[in-house]
Design a protein around this ligand. Structure first.
Ligand code: RB5
Length: 147
């Protein structure tokens, strides 16, 4: 699986940690920046990762900022993105099972390191349930078509 990853300065350390973790597990990780701790603006990276996911360069994405909020707000502006801000394994599981989320957002200032890796594991090991949830995804897609 190909994963696009991005962060701002406040998520940089987790981006590096998660990138290494996923590469060791055999994922192909496409790093869209930022590439240092220098202060920058999260929408730049949210847009890059979101576009990589919808254009097929990556199968899924991960975005990290201080809270994960700015990343999720921005990524969800791109049609076809279903970015989910997850603070625990239950949210990551449901984001996949019910929402067929294609981008995981995390807050480096919110969740601890072990916890963050566990959320990543859950997000990538849980499949979409389909069924009644498919119809709801279709409704989201119809709303996107109105904009
Ligand atoms: C940066 O200080 C911080 O505002 C940003 O990383 C993020 O938390 C915004 O949602």
């Amino acid at each position: 699986m190909k994963v696009a990853i991005g962060s701002d300065h406040a998520g940089f350390e987790y981006k590096e940690m998660i990138k290494k973790y996923l590469e060791e597990k055999g994922f192909k990780v496409i790093d869209k920046g930022t590439y240092s701790n220098e202060r920058t603006d999260y929408p730049i990276y949210a847009e890059k990762v979101a576009k990589a996911v919808v254009n097929g360069e990556a199968d899924r994405g991960i975005l990290i900022c201080g809270t994960g909020i700015g990343m999720s707000i921005t990524a969800n502006k791109i049609k076809g993105v279903r970015a989910a801000l997850c603070q625990n394994d239950f949210m990551a599981k449901m984001a996949r099972k019910h929402n067929n989320s294609n981008i995981l957002c995390l807050g480096q200032r919110v969740v601890g390191t072990d916890h963050a890796l566990s959320i990543v594991d859950t997000f990538f090991s849980t499949e979409f349930e389909g069924g009644r949830h498919e119809q709801r995804i279709t409704l989201i897609t119809e709303i996107e078509g109105l904009n």
